[in-house]
Design a protein around this ligand. Structure first.
Ligand SMILES: [Zn+2]
Length: 687
């Protein structure tokens, strides 16, 4: 997941722009041999300590952006790259940093005052971005540039930027542009409300006594001290809730957890969501589109809402036969416990899937946890990516961070500092409660090194707790790190507008999903998955069993993803007055999934992607199809060899957003992507 809040269309699209030929950098911008680590390259939290210092620093950067904008507008004719495009990109550099940092800090800072200050900064920077995207004078200045002699990267940057300005409504009349600005400002606040409600709602579920935790792992039980009356309080955060779905024998506990979990931010977000849909629909109409889904897909790889819908249909059809077989196996297993059962309920699906894996595939997902202590996985991930991508890491103990539990690292290539990142990996009150990579600032060659952060909620981080992770957790860690590597390795372009992992939004989940593949490789796992007590490496037979068992449930998982994808598209592809989000959830759940919709649940209120990704959640599956195709190029018997990995780094990661994603795909594969590898993966019964 990548929650990059799109500041405005123009800015977002500028940051998403692609360009050709990163090789074609003109001599005039030859890069210095190493990045100068000056004030602007210090860790971003340097000198920041409280709400006032954060606001002051961000305001100063916004003032710098304003200064660059004034310089651009005041530049004398003729317009040149130096007097027009450079100050434009300087504005973006500040907006990118301020927007990213405010987004991060409002999501993670332990002090409510700092989070609130960051929300206010977010509003300011979003408003600035919108104003910029509607500034006709800036558009005219950029449009009058003669870039015929410029390098291809610059030519493409300008061309894309002009298109983005038009998409954001710069050519509309004054009244329309004013309304667009209002709606975008309103959407910033709506999005903040939506996210805040999700973050703040930590519902609890009470187990009446220790017996109700039967089936749960010993370390889970040990972590939960009973209340004086013997009851045990659980939260709906991942480390508490997911094990209940998988392992709790007590059906009622599972059901209570399910109801709480599927009502996070309910009812608070129902009205917020309706406001969000209405504002986006109006915005799309002002911009000349019939609905938001049509508008937001226009600049994606997928191109149109119709094509996104066709893609979902194709995935649904491809996964049908296997999903039916999987459901039949789960129902059959339930019938052993409940003779004559005719249906599996949603709060039973994970539990019985786990039992099928145990009985039919001789695999107990608990059995691998002792090999996945957090610290060992973390070190292993660093070692693996270091080998694959030719970089090294250095822990920095004294870097200023927003919470004492956060670890800071530098990324180096040939001894040269090329990036810095922060790992904030364990739950904390009022912290963003999913897993995501957050940008902090985009790197620019010779000017500033990129920074990024992982915000996760994985086990561990408490004294005495080894943080034994499930394999799913390990995969999540690799996934998010895939985004981070992409963001940092792509951080050496001339223009901030095309640097980092700001590629087309429906491509951005390909590098992250591809890195997950290494968590299934016995040889890779043997390098770090060592028993937390004995240090024995994970037996390869156990990994093979795990892989075999993982084949079970894939098609049902794909169908669940298509519920999310179709919901995301459907709430945005029609008149919002006709949208009843709960009715849509019910209808799509019952259409795509054999477990019926459970009355009284409202997962849409905590489906944060309805804000960040809006209509384009299909993006994950689209990117997965690409990721499977990419992965098919690697030698599955020697995944740690750097050969293909280096080509992948150079053709996919390094270019960042400097080329259209379709071009990146062809540069690596030598052809456009296809569904072959994805279908093989889906239908595989034996790895
Ligand atoms: Zn992701």
């Amino acid at each position: 997941m990548k929650p990059h809040r799109l500041l405005t269309l123009a800015l977002a699209l500028a940051l998403v722009a692609g360009v050709e030929a990163r090789q074609a950098r003109p001599a005039a911008v030859a890069q210095p041999p190493s990045v100068q680590v000056g004030a602007s390259n210090a860790p971003f939290w340097t000198g920041l300590s409280d709400a006032a210092s954060f606001t002051r620093a961000m305001d100063a950067r916004l003032a710098d952006a304003r200064g660059s904008l004034d310089r651009l507008l005041a530049a004398p004719a003729p317009r040149t790259i130096a007097n027009t495009l450079q100050p434009y990109d300087d504005v973006l550099l500040e907006l990118d940093a301020v927007g990213s940092q405010a987004e991060l800090i409002q999501s993670v800072h332990p002090d409510a005052r700092v989070r609130e200050a960051a929300e206010q900064v977010s509003q300011k920077v979003s408003a600035f971005g919108t104003e910029l995207s509607l500034n006709r004078a800036v558009y005219d200045a950029l449009a009058s540039l003669d870039v015929s002699q410029a390098d291809k990267e610059t030519q493409y940057y300008v061309q894309r930027t002009l298109r983005d300005f038009r998409l954001s409504g710069v050519d509309k009349d004054d009244a329309t542009r004013k309304r667009i600005q209002q709606l975008r400002d309103e959407l910033t606040i709506i999005g903040q409300d939506f996210d805040r409600n999700i973050r703040a709602d930590v519902k609890t579920v009470t187990a009446k006594n220790a017996a109700e935790l039967d089936g749960l792992p010993a370390d889970y039980i040990a972590r939960h001290t009973p209340n004086p009356d013997g009851s045990i309080t659980l939260t709906i955060d991942y480390p508490d809730s997911l094990p209940v779905f998988s392992y709790a024998k007590n059906e009622d506990l599972r059901k209570r957890m399910y109801m709480a979990y599927q009502n996070r931010a309910y009812p608070a977000n129902m009205a917020v969501l309706d406001r969000m849909l209405a504002a986006r629909a109006e915005l799309a109409r002002l911009l000349g589109y019939s609905d938001w889904a049509s508008y937001i897909t226009a600049d994606k790889m997928v191109g149109t809402a119709k094509h996104a819908s066709d893609f979902i249909d194709q995935i649904v059809a491809a996964s049908g036969p296997k999903a039916e077989r999987e459901y039949a196996a789960i129902l059959k297993r339930k019938q052993q416990d409940v003779p004559g059962a005719t249906v599996v309920n949603a709060w039973e699906s994970t539990y019985y899937s786990e039992l099928v894996r145990k009985s039919s595939y001789d695999f107990d997902s608990q059995s691998v946890r002792p090999y996945f202590a957090f610290d060992k996985v973390e070190q292993g991930l660093l070692d693996v990516t270091s080998r694959l991508f030719g970089v090294t890491y250095r822990r920095i103990k004294d870097a200023p961070v927003w919470d004492p539990s956060v670890e800071a690292y530098e990324m180096l290539e040939n001894g040269q500092l090329i990036g810095r990142f922060y790992l904030d990996m364990h739950p904390r009150p009022n912290k963003f409660n999913h897993a995501a990579e957050f940008g902090i600032r985009t790197g620019v060659a010779g000017r500033q090194i990129p920074e990024a952060a992982l915000i996760c909620n994985l086990p561990g981080g408490q004294p005495g707790d080894p943080g034994l992770m499930t394999h799913d957790d390990v995969t999540t860690f690799f996934h998010e790190f895939g985004h981070l590597v992409h963001a940092l390795i792509a951080g050496r372009h001339r223009w901030v507008g095309i640097g980092g992992n700001n590629t087309e939004q429906d491509f951005v989940e390909a590098p992250s999903q591809m890195l997950e593949e290494w968590t299934w490789d016995p040889a890779t796992l043997a390098t770090f998955a060592k028993h937390y007590q004995t240090n024995a490496p994970i037996p390869s037979a156990l990994v093979r069993q795990m892989r075999r068992a993982s084949e079970f449930g894939k098609a049902l998982g794909v169908r669940q993803q298509m519920i999310y994808a179709k919901l995301s598209l459907s709430v945005y592809d029609r008149d919002p007055k006709t949208v009843d989000t709960t009715a849509l959830v019910r209808e799509l759940t019952n259409r795509y999934r054999p477990y019926p919709y459970v009355d009284g649940t409202h997962f849409q209120t905590s489906f944060g992607h309805l804000d960040g990704y809006s209509a384009v959640y299909y993006t994950y599956m689209w990117s997965l199809v690409i990721a499977k195709d990419f992965f098919s190029q690697f030698d599955s018997h020697d995944l740690l060899s750097p050969g293909v990995a280096r080509k992948y780094r150079d053709t996919i990661l390094v270019p960042g957003g400097s080329k259209p994603a379709g071009q990146l795909v062809e540069d690596f594969l030598g052809r456009p992507f296809n569904f072959k590898a994805w279908e093989e993966w889906l239908n595989r019964e034996q790895p």
